[in-house]
Write a protein that binds this ligand. Sequence first.
Ligand SMILES: [Zn+2]
Length: 423
Amino acid sequence: MIRNTGLYHAQIVPKFAQYGVELLSATENNDMNNPYGRYIRNNQINNAELESELTSIRTIENLKEKARQGYFPGSRAPVGYIRDKIDGKKVIVPDKQKAPYIKDVFNLYTRGGYSYKEIADKLAKRGFTHNNKPCNKKLIENILTVYDCFYNGQFMFKGVKYEGKHEAILTKEEYANFKCVRNQKYAPKSFIYRGLIQCALTGKYLIGEEHTGANNSGIYQYYRCHHCSMKKDCKKIIKSSVIDKLIIDTINTLTITKEEILAFKDDLKNIMYTNQNMNEERLNLILPQIKKLENRMLALYDDKIDSLITEEFYKQKRDLWQNQLDEYQLEINALKNAQKEIFKRIENALELCEDLSGVYLHHTDEEKHILIKLLCSNFSYDGSKLVITIKEPFKALIKFVIFKNGAGGGIRTHAYRNHNPRS
Ligand SMILES: [Zn+2]
């Protein structure tokens, strides 16, 4: 029996016509030469399609039910576990030989400083194999990013996390530490010069990068043109702190009068307005998430009323989702207040001391970004010079600031060129 109407009409019927073939069923009586026979045929296919879809929905529902009861519905246990039978029941238990390696993978990652490849090489040397092959980078990546919660006694199924009945390989503490390190690693990086520095050749924006300094001295931010070919000068990397220094020097050359401060504030208001729109975009992302969580909690409550889930499971999920809701609420409050606060702080700083470089040094990345956007048009970088163009109303004060990158011995020098010197 054909179970797909689309396929039947799109591919099979034209082929029959092409070869002058008639479809006859040995078990089903239908004559394709009259409308009634074709009608019956179509209905049979429709019914078969519906049945096949219902079966797959039922299968998924069955698997979800299995997951809710804490049994991993996947066909294969993740590396570090094996399938076993206890009292005739299929269960997943830690693989005694491999579990210690899994612990090592997480502990090395949490300790920091190792890439997936380095962890793989280290553990391959210690004898960690999978499918009779030494462990490799891909396996380590899967352990740390795909199966990770499994080793904490949980598992993911169809995008939902379930509490498993299987034994955790990691302690709660080990897993919490791992999550903490991983979240930091994947937290959106704040590159304050993102979208500000343009390649002098193409006008495209330089991309922020982070690199570890020599002897693990810390993580440093750089910018580099990713658009031009390797030979171009603009491929030369520029360190974030060098740009900081240039901006502070630039700011220090500016003297601001009362009128200029007023104009500055007007400009600031415009930028705040733009940022407000960005915050609204974020709010538009969060609000549907909240609605989704609330609906989930209602459905969970229904399941509890209908005794589909245990009291314990209900409480666990409810607390988890309530926490997420609370976090969203905090973020919403922060978004609503952030703009006002930054504006006030910059305003205060302006009025108090008219000391822009002080404002720049002592404020957060976000505030710095706002200040730069306020003061400067985009920067242009050609591999040796970073040119900052000052915006109105500051243009009258200084037109160009030119910075020379790459002086010998690691000492950076800078020079200004004032195209529009004031009397
Ligand atoms: Zn370039």
